[in-house]
Design a protein around this ligand. Structure first.
Ligand code: 2YJ
Length: 275
């Protein structure tokens, strides 16, 4: 799994508003819309929760420790969704205690393995892998509706990368009734796919044959323009971003990629209480 580095998120708090607007233009809805869709809720429920939900972001020092700007970036995404957010002064267990003392309803916390939003009132948890997979599947569907006037039900979608997020994408695409093919260069994962009798391609040259792609790989910059169909749409949570510089230029407007925003937004929709 990719550990975020400060460089990738440094200016997030200054860019999140513009990013949200560009998401809206490309997908037909911004962060709140995607959060609601990804968690199977209505936008109204999220809007109504703003007034009564206080969120604490707790820096966690375990493992490789604090990532400078991580808590600030998470907070800025939740603020962009117009929620009341604070970052605890204390870290770790003392931070959880502080959050509770200051009346937080939901806490956000991440170590090197898991990133979760936990509702202290009702025990609901928004988990980042699932939230990211579902949010980005909705992004792909939104892009497809916007540019082609059709959703992804009955269409073939290629998942790149069969790790934790790739698996979650598979389950959600199945729920949505899409056809699914997976590409992973790792032989152990190819064997898993064979065992599970799931459709796959093992040659990166075949990626060109697909016009809907969900990318959950973390190699970075391994896709060049010749590897993609001209009309491709790509929803790509994998970090670092898979497209190389030329592909990024050529396919501008045909992909959505972020470093933290969509997963964080969908986690909130999962963690919120029932109406
Ligand atoms: O609190 C902090 O500053 C750090 N403990 C944050 C750690 C963030 N964790 C990661 O980057 C992990 N790779 C998990 C993120 C899951 C993204 N899918």
């Amino acid at each position: 799994m990719t550990r975020l580095i400060t460089e990738w998120i440094r200016d997030m708090k200054d860019r999140v508003e513009a990013w949200d607007e560009s998401l809206d233009r490309q997908v037909g809805g911004g962060l709140v819309f995607i959060a609601a869709k990804g968690a199977g809720r209505s936008e109204g429920e999220i809007v109504a929760a703003r007034e009564k939900t206080k969120i604490a972001v707790i820096p966690i020092t375990s493992g490789q420790g604090i990532i400078e700007e991580f808590s600030r970036s998470v907070a800025s995404i939740l603020e962009q969704m117009k929620f009341d957010v604070f970052i605890t002064k204390h870290t770790d267990v003392a931070g959880i205690y502080e959050a509770k003392q200051r009346d937080a309803d939901i806490v956000y916390l991440a170590d090197d393995d898991r990133y979760i939003a936990m509702n202290l009132q009702n025990k609901r948890i928004g988990e980042n892998d699932r939230a990211t997979a579902r949010g980005y599947t909705e992004v792909l569907e939104g892009m497809s509706l916007k540019t082609r006037g059709e959703g992804i039900r009955g269409k073939e979608v290629l998942i790149l990368g069969y790790g934790r997020v790739g698996h979650e994408m598979y389950d959600y695409l199945e729920e949505k009734g899409a056809g699914i093919t997976v590409y992973d260069y790792n032989e152990d994962r190819q064997n898993d796919l064979r065992r599970e009798k799931r459709k796959m391609i093992t040659s990166a040259r075949k990626i060109r044959n697909y016009s809907l792609i969900l990318d959950a790989t973390s190699t970075g910059h391994w896709i060049n323009p010749e590897m993609l169909a001209d009309d491709v749409l790509i929803a790509a949570p994998g970090i670092p971003f898979s497209l190389d510089y030329e592909a990024e230029q050529k396919f501008k407007g045909r992909y959505v990629h972020d470093n933290l925003e969509i997963g964080t937004a969908v986690m909130l929709a999962y963690a919120l209480g029932e109406e």
